[in-house]
Design a protein around this ligand. Structure first.
Ligand SMILES: Nc1ncnc2c1ncn2[C@@H]1O[C@H](COP(=O)(O)OS(=O)(=O)O)[C@@H](OP(=O)(O)O)[C@H]1O
Length: 370
């Protein structure tokens, strides 16, 4: 066999010169393969992958690092795997809305869009109707909101504001960025933390009759832990003395006046809006008008967007311009509540009366719970 310098350099003693040539060849080949791949249209999948990774990121925020919001409370209400905190509801409506409003790709292509810290936050209350309100607001073209609950100011604060900003969707200069995390309202450290992010943050609280709210909270817990004690026994510290257990979070959250006092140490009343959870069901367009005015937005989401579904017992969303079927929130919203001993319900009503009265006085609004 003849002596071959090529074979010799390749198989026997590969010189650095040949290795460099091979390296350049591999890179060229990869570039060619990539170009062919793009030419047949597959490159358009890249933005979708980016979008799903954003969604994953959103969901991570909600499932990360779980602590109790009410420091000293007895929290049997560990509902963190609730569908709601992942913000998956009404995705279909939102994607339709997005496509109509600005085209699915514009968020990636429009370089004037950027991620911003929220200028408005729905801070509570748990089981008040916060998901419904956020989803109603997301239909507004001037609002961009993160679907999952970020729990930044209560559980993820050590991750820093940049982490928080990254969770937000891109928005243009004239759009508002929003999020909702209902536990903020009752968490001691949150008012000062939001204040240090921006003292101009607009704060929205959806409130609901505290007795119904407590039962709703309990119903949610029981749906995941069917063996928990009865609502009646959890309500009392001492049932024969009729002593209410105010350390039980289901009871504690409803003492709205107490929580509000802490917020008023940082924010003026004009920066807070209280939405009636009851009216959000009976008159969603009316409550939405108040919310849009408060946020300084055009009244876009009006009665045309709502359709009351008698089977579900709640307003559902429809897109007025397309003849599509209305979309309702999922099964975790609007659960059937258990029957509670009427005497216990009355005792709780009496317990909340002074808190409610004080709350009406502070907010200048009678919510009609008594
Ligand atoms: N449109 C519409 N559809 C369905 N449900 C509605 C709606 N508007 C308000 N509600 C009420 O919202 C209650 C749940 O409140 P939240 O979304 O704040 O719950 S959570 O804290 O985020 O888990 C939920 O409480 P339950 O009825 O106890 O399940 C509903 O009463």
């Amino acid at each position: 066999m003849e002596y071959s310098p090529f074979l010799h350099s390749l198989h026997v003693v590969p010189s650095s010169h040949v290795r460099n040539k091979l390296f350049v060849f591999c890179i060229m080949l990869s570039l060619w393969v990539y170009m062919i791949y793009c030419c047949v249209g597959y490159c358009s999948t890249v933005p979708n992958l980016t979008y799903s990774s954003v969604r994953r990121h959103e969901n991570d925020a909600a499932t990360d690092n779980r602590d109790s919001s009410l420091g000293a409370s007895r929290d049997l209400l560990n509902n963190e795997n609730e569908l709601d905190s992942r913000g998956d509801e009404w995705d279909e409506v939102r994607s339709e809305a997005k496509a109509v409003d600005d085209g699915a790709m514009s968020g990636f292509l429009n370089e004037t869009e950027s991620k911003k810290l929220p200028q408005a936050i729905i801070i509570g209350v748990k089981k008040g109707g916060t998901r419904a309100l956020l989803e109603f607001l997301r239909l507004h073209p001037d609002i961009r909101a993160v679907g999952a609950e970020p729990h930044f100011f209560d559980r993820n604060y050590d991750k820093g504001l940049e982490w928080y900003r990254e969770l937000m969707p891109k928005s243009s200069e004239d759009q508002l960025t929003m999020e909702k995390t209902p536990s903020y309202f009752v968490t001691r450290e949150v008012p000062s933390r939001i204040y240090s992010m921006s003292k101009d943050t607009k704060l929205i609280v959806v409130v609901r009759n505290p007795v119904t709210r407590a039962i709703s909270d309990y119903t949610q817990t029981r749906s995941k832990k069917p063996d928990i004690p009865s609502f009646e026994s959890l309500t009392f510290k001492n049932i024969s003395a009729g002593l209410i257990d105010t350390t039980w979070s289901a009871v504690q959250i409803g003492m709205y006046a107490r929580h509000l006092e802490r917020w008023l140490q940082f924010f003026p009343m004009e920066q807070l809006l209280f939405v009636s959870g009851e009216r959000l069901i009976t008159d969603p367009a009316g409550e939405m008008a108040r919310v849009q005015d408060f946020l300084g937005l055009r009244r876009v989401v009006t009665e045309k967007y709502f359709h009351f579904n008698p089977t579900k017992g709640f307003p559902c969303l429809k897109r007025p311009e397309v003849n599509a079927k209305p979309h309702c929130l999922g099964k975790t919203k609007g659960r059937t509540h258990p029957n509670i001993d009427p005497q216990v319900v009355q005792t709780l009503r009496d317990f909340y009366k002074p808190f409610n009265r004080k709350f009406y006085k502070m907010t200048g609004h009678d919510f009609g719970w008594d």
